[in-house]
Design a protein around this ligand. Structure first.
Ligand code: SF4
Ligand code: SF4
Length: 169
């Protein structure tokens, strides 16, 4: 089945098997912030990068043997999940403090609304089920995802043994 899927060279020598409609468009909706209401997985290299920018004891948590950015009670009603929590780095104005102030964010944050997984050695990319339900940015612009896969898929995804993004707090 995957043999019929388009294979896109995202970086020289690094291909992804595309498992979504090639005509899919996307543009992040600023005020949405849904994908920042959850704790995101930190790949090992992210953890090193984050350690240079933040207090890991205050901003990360362990779950099933892996590190995630912690969720915290924000004490506000905007840009939070139903339980009042959101990512430790999500500011009151809906911006990511890491992205806005450090021009960096964890790799996993770039991937959403896509999801990646490794299958028979290949990196596959699709749309996450949760994105279909919650992401407001699908199909709202002329920007085809398949034309800009490098914006969603950091190169380190090809370099780690288990890049599967379907791991959440
Ligand atoms: S680190 Fe930034 S981009 Fe990632 S979930 Fe948290 S607020 Fe959102
Ligand atoms: S859920 Fe989609 S539209 Fe909302 S902030 Fe995340 S990527 Fe943007």
């Amino acid at each position: 089945m995957s043999a019929e899927r388009p294979r896109i060279e995202v970086y020289p020598g690094r291909e992804a098997v595309v498992e979504f409609d090639p005509d899919l468009t996307f543009e992040c909706v600023d005020d949405c912030t849904w994908c920042c209401h959850h704790g995101v997985l930190l790949y090992d290299r992210d953890l090193l990068e984050l350690a240079a920018r933040a207090n890991l004891a205050e901003t990360t948590t362990d779950f099933r043997g892996e590190k995630f950015v912690a969720r915290e009670d924000k004490g506000r009603e905007e840009h939070v999940d139903d339980d009042g929590n959101a990512c430790a780095f999500l500011r009151e104005d809906g911006l990511c403090s890491l992205h806005a102030e450090e021009d960096w964010k964890p790799a996993r944050c770039s991937v959403f609304p896509l999801g990646v997984w490794r299958e028979s050695g290949d990196l596959h990319v699709g749309i996450r089920d949760s994105a279909h339900d919650h992401c407001e940015g699908l199909g709202v612009s002329e920007r085809r995802v398949i034309d800009e896969l490098d914006a969603f898929l950091p190169e380190l995804l090809w370099e780690i043994p288990n890049p599967d993004s379907d791991r959440e707090l």
